[in-house]
Ligand binder design. Structure first.
Ligand SMILES: *Cc1c(COP(=O)(O)O)cnc(C)c1O
Length: 422
């Protein structure tokens, strides 16, 4: 069965971020909790939450129940000219958990589109006020998605080079440190007149290699931007919903952004959904008798009632005391593991923020995604029954919150064994 699926897949499917000539995707036919199973019944611990989306475990019965009930009640309705209770309740509940300045919710269906909407809102905000601007600030090594706007504000590299001519110009600044903050302040001073907004992944730059910066440094940078009227887009697509140890990354900061983006863990990883939230002030720049001031953006599956049902169910689970305890346990176990390995001769740096742990291995051929280290480690972990997808020479863990202590210890053990290979 497994072999048949592999062959059929090879004939028809083109996989993401995959060189199809050398790849051999593994067919998965069922999943439960922290485990995924192939067609032959082989089990893998999903240590990356299936690309950072799964929060409470796979095929969670509570979420499945809620989505299934919704499926029989209202599966889909156009969200222009119509609305539905799930979208209303989800917006109300989410806004209640976010900083008080977040007042309106715009729905899409993935992280990249949540970013596109955020960028379009910022650009049109200035346009609607009669003061169009055209410079966007973003962090070096950022990742905000794969559509053109999101790609433009992401770090440039081998992935983006075929499109270099089509990407709009962005001013890239260093992620904040106490050392570079003065330089960044000067740069901001130079560009603040034309600056539309600054977009950033707060605290953890995920796809860039789980790079981390301090909450205090980010708060300071945000304060500079505010003093210069540069709008802030906080991309919590990855870090939202508990990954940093708090509900949202913004809960670590002393400043609040103007716009926030969510996806990935939003539905507990069950269905695709994206959300962009904004302040009342921004919303009001679009609120007018003049129809041309509206935000002309939408997707067929905007605010899918099914995806909203999954998000509501995931929120129920996330806010349970037992889930908060599970998150704390993961943080503690990571910390204990760090104590054990922080002076490991094969490691250049160990980083942790909440439930996210990253081990940067020493390398001679740089930190390229295309380095062999990624392939060697990936294959080794799979052979040991663990799904880990190193980013080049960076081994990282983003476990679902249901992961057991036993499984985490197994993952740590296999990582130590893997380091011996390098
Ligand atoms: C994954 C990711 C995105 C893009 O989300 P998709 O749903 O994959 O389009 C945007 N921003 C961050 C920080 C991400 O990690």
């Amino acid at each position: 069965m497994q072999q048949q699926l592999i062959e059929r897949d090879k004939k028809v499917n083109w996989h993401p971020y995959t060189q199809m000539k050398t790849a051999c995707p593994i067919p998965i036919t069922k999943a439960e909790g922290a485990y995924i199973y192939d067609a032959d019944g082989r089990r893998y611990i999903d240590a990356v939450s299936s690309w950072w989306v799964t929060l409470h475990g796979h095929a969670h019965p509570y979420i499945a129940q809620k989505v299934s009930e919704q499926l029989y009640l209202l599966e889909q309705v156009i969200f222009a000219g119509f609305t539905h209770p799930n979208a209303i309740e989800l917006s109300e509940r989410l806004l209640n958990l976010l900083p008080i300045n977040q007042q309106k919710v715009f729905y899409t269906d993935n992280g990249s589109t949540a970013i596109e909407v955020a960028l379009k809102i910022c650009i049109q905000y200035h346009y609607n006020l009669g003061k169009p601007k055209n410079k966007i600030l973003a962090f070096k090594n950022a990742y905000h998605g794969d559509t053109f706007g999101a790609m433009s504000v992401s770090g440039r590299g081998a992935w983006t080079s075929p499109f270099a001519g089509q990407l709009f110009e962005v001013i890239f600044i260093d992620a904040p440190t106490s050392e570079n903050i003065e330089m960044t302040r000067q740069l901001l001073n130079e560009h603040s007149e034309e600056a539309v907004c600054m977009i950033y992944e707060p605290l953890i730059q995920g796809a860039g290699g789980m790079l981390m910066h301090k909450a205090d440094d980010l708060s300071l940078l945000m304060r500079f931007c505010k003093s210069k009227n540069v709008l802030l887009i906080q991309d919590e697509v990855f870090v939202g919903f508990g990954r940093t140890g708090k509900l949202f990354a913004v809960d670590h900061l002393t400043e609040v952004p103007d716009i926030m983006c969510f996806s990935k863990g939003l539905t507990g990883g069950t269905l695709p959904l994206g959300i962009t939230t904004c302040t009342q002030e921004i919303f009001e720049a679009f609120y007018a008798d003049d129809k041309s001031k509206a935000l002309f953006h939408g997707h067929s599956f905007t605010a899918s009632p099914l995806a909203c049902a999954a998000a509501l169910a995931s929120l129920d689970l996330l806010l349970e005391e037992s889930t908060q305890q599970k998150i704390k346990n993961i943080v503690c176990l990571h910390q204990a593991f760090i104590k054990k390995i922080k002076n490991h001769p094969k490691l250049k740096e160990v980083r942790q923020m909440g439930t996210v742990l990253a081990l940067e291995c020493k390398t001679i051929n740089g930190t390229s995604y295309f380095s062999d280290m990624h392939q060697t480690l990936y294959a080794y972990f799979l052979e040991k029954g663990i799904l880990l997808r190193p980013l080049g020479n960076i081994i990282y863990l983003v476990p679902p919150y249901c992961v057991s202590e036993e499984d985490l210890n197994e993952i740590y053990k296999v990582i130590l064994q893997a380091l011996e290979l390098l």
